[in-house]
Design a protein around this ligand. Structure first.
Ligand SMILES: [Zn+2]
Ligand SMILES: [Zn+2]
Length: 256
């Protein structure tokens, strides 16, 4: 099956966001604690209401701190507000953004026999994060390129914000041997490896100016929409050749 580049980009952004959210689950407590805590860990409040209260406190403190700084007063020590507001902001946007994407996709696929918004999907995906993401993963290959582009934009922005807050780089490997991009000639091809399924991996060119020039572009993508960032699926002839090193020489990867 041939996928449109917008569908590939959307699926890659979804996989990347899911991986960033699982990373956040692991490091969340460490990120929240930006100051020494007034109580033992089990005594700290972690409810949404408590976090929101901390958030307000920190924002209020920030204003006070600025006033004090201008007056030359240095902070005396730890503050009681341990929450990174950027983390709260991005977490607050996770659910609504993915829900919005699900609704857009479900609306477009309302006549699709399996992916229309039926009781099957309502049970799986109505309120659960993983369910919504599973629905999107199943449905994105079936949506129009225009909608895939919109969903990609929303998910990619959120993924970048979240990764910025938690300090997580993009899940990318430079291809071993540094093969040249067939479109721009630079040796900046990278495998996007967020998906747990290697078949869903894609290769992109890290050169921001490397965009498709349309049907006559030398990129060898199956579909060549003009000005779209190049992306090759794992089963494309180009990637089969380029990724051969990743699958056959893991010891060389670790050595490098
Ligand atoms: Zn390129
Ligand atoms: Zn191209």
């Amino acid at each position: 099956m041939t996928y449109h580049p917008h569908q590939l980009h959307a699926a890659a952004a979804l996989a990347s966001l899911r991986r960033a959210v699982s990373y956040l689950d692991v490091v969340r407590d460490a990120l929240l604690i930006t100051n020494p805590q007034p109580a033992d860990a089990p005594a700290r409040h972690r409810s949404a209401a408590a976090l929101a209260a901390y958030d307000e406190l920190l924002r209020a403190e920030k204003a006070d701190r600025l006033v004090n700084q201008r007056a030359g007063i240095k902070p005396a020590g730890a503050t009681p507000a341990p929450v990174n507001p950027a983390l709260l902001d991005v977490e607050a946007d996770l659910g609504p953004t993915v829900h919005h994407a699900v609704m857009l996709v479900a609306s477009e696929l309302r006549t699709h026999p399996l992916l229309c918004w039926s009781s099957l999907w309502v049970d799986i995906a109505d309120s659960k994060w993983d369910g919504r993401c599973d629905y999107l993963a199943a449905a994105l290959p079936a949506v129009s390129p225009a909608l895939a582009r919109e969903v990609h934009g929303d998910l990619d922005v959120l993924d970048r914000r979240l990764r910025g807050v938690v300090g997580l780089d993009a899940d990318r490997w430079s291809l071993p041997g540094g093969p040249r991009c067939p479109a721009c000639g630079q040796r900046r091809l990278q495998a996007q490896i967020s998906s747990p399924y290697t078949a869903a991996w894609t290769v992109v060119c890290d050169n921001d100016a490397c965009r498709c020039r349309g049907p006559l572009c030398a990129c060898a993508m199956a579909t060549r929409p003009i000005r779209v960032r190049h992306i090759w699926p794992a089963d494309s002839p180009l990637v089969r050749v380029l990724l051969a090193g990743l699958h056959t020489a893991p010891s060389e990867q670790t050595a490098a």
